[in-house]
Ligand binder design. Structure first.
Ligand code: 13P
Ligand code: SF4
Length: 310
């Protein structure tokens, strides 16, 4: 194995050689974040993917994110360091079961969280992310019933924020459901002046203990604009790498999983490594491929999201 410095230099050389852009989600390891050309939340990464002029997109995130980049860029090569980097939310919502569910509610407007497969996106009227979900739902006609999939925790939070009742698909993120309420309460006792900031994929009883709720980018921005000096962070700890750089003098506290497990780290996101990023830039494999008819169907609700949230 080449030492990290050598690996980083080779990655930089390959990026130029391939005219490649490396996009990374905040939940990637610090080493990957440090070689990325752009780091963002799901919405920002989709926007970046839609706008790039690179020939190759190396997507350091999970499969549905790279798939979204491919849907937006059919003529570009989209590679992902580890093809098995999936997502429990996407896995919890198989396309055929979703089709059967949807047919029970033929008059409903179907809004799907971007954390789903292209086959589910293709059955949706609109895609949203955690940063624009409330804003997009608020733009929909009040008299139109809404079906929301696949994250029931995000769906419940959006319902409360928008005062809309929605029919929810019962999906969940195993990472955001792993946080221990007991540990959170203990941390609040130990740091009474700390603000609790949470991602809306967390369970309702934890969100009730939060002072601020938002997507990963919104959480990051909040640590900068808030006057608080300490934050208890209820989301995947990969975000702490950027937070530490933005607010080096503030205290950032991660919340462990139940029984102190490290299941607050996303096992899918963490499959990507610097070595695998190097390999995928070198070999241009594994690529994301998709049937054109599916891509065209999945593109419509993504485009609609980008238009409505511009
Ligand atoms: P955001 O990128 O919208 O904050 O979502 C977090 C997440 O879980 C991505 O899988
Ligand atoms: Fe999926 Fe949860 Fe991992 Fe995000 S953190 S990729 S929602 S499993």
């Amino acid at each position: 194995m080449i030492a990290d410095n050598g690996l980083v230099a080779t990655i930089e050389r390959l990026k130029k050689q391939r005219n490649a852009v490396v996009l990374a989600h905040y939940y990637q390891s610090p080493k990957i974040q440090d070689v990325a050309d752009f780091i963002g939340d799901s919405l920002e990464l989709s926007r970046k993917a839609a706008a790039t002029t690179a020939d190759v997109i190396a997507f350091c995130g999970v499969h549905f994110m790279a798939e979204t980049a491919k849907i937006l860029n059919p003529n570009k090569t989209v590679v992902i360091p580890d093809f098995d980097a999936g997502c429990s939310l996407a896995d919890d919502c198989p396309a055929d079961a979703f089709a059967a569910f949807r047919h029970q509610y033929p008059d409903h407007f179907v809004v799907s969280y971007i954390n789903c497969t292209a086959a589910v996106k293709a059955q949706s009227d609109l895609i949203c992310t955690s940063s624009n979900a409330v804003d997009l739902i608020n733009q929909l006609p009040q008299d139109r019933p809404i079906l929301f999939a696949p994250d029931q925790n995000l769906g419940r939070w959006v319902q409360r924020q928008s005062n809309r009742t929605m029919t929810l698909w019962p999906g969940r993120c195993t990472v955001h459901e792993a946080f221990s309420e007991e540990a959170l309460l203990q941390l609040k006792l130990e740091h009474p002046r700390a603000e609790v900031i949470a991602h809306p994929e967390c369970q309702e009883h934890l969100l009730e203990l939060a002072d601020f709720i938002g997507s990963t980018s919104k959480l990051l921005n909040h640590t900068e604009i808030s006057s608080s000096e300490a934050f208890i962070v209820l989301t995947e700890p990969g975000i702490l790498h950027q937070m530490q750089q933005r607010v080096p003098n503030k205290t950032l506290i991660e919340v462990p999983g139940v029984d102190g497990c490290s299941c607050n780290s996303c096992p899918y996101m963490r499959l990507n490594t610097l070595e695998k990023l190097h390999r995928c830039l070198d070999t241009l494999k594994p690529t994301i491929e998709m049937e054109e008819s599916l891509r065209q169907k999945a593109l419509l609700p993504i485009r609609k999201m980008l238009e409505m949230s511009s």
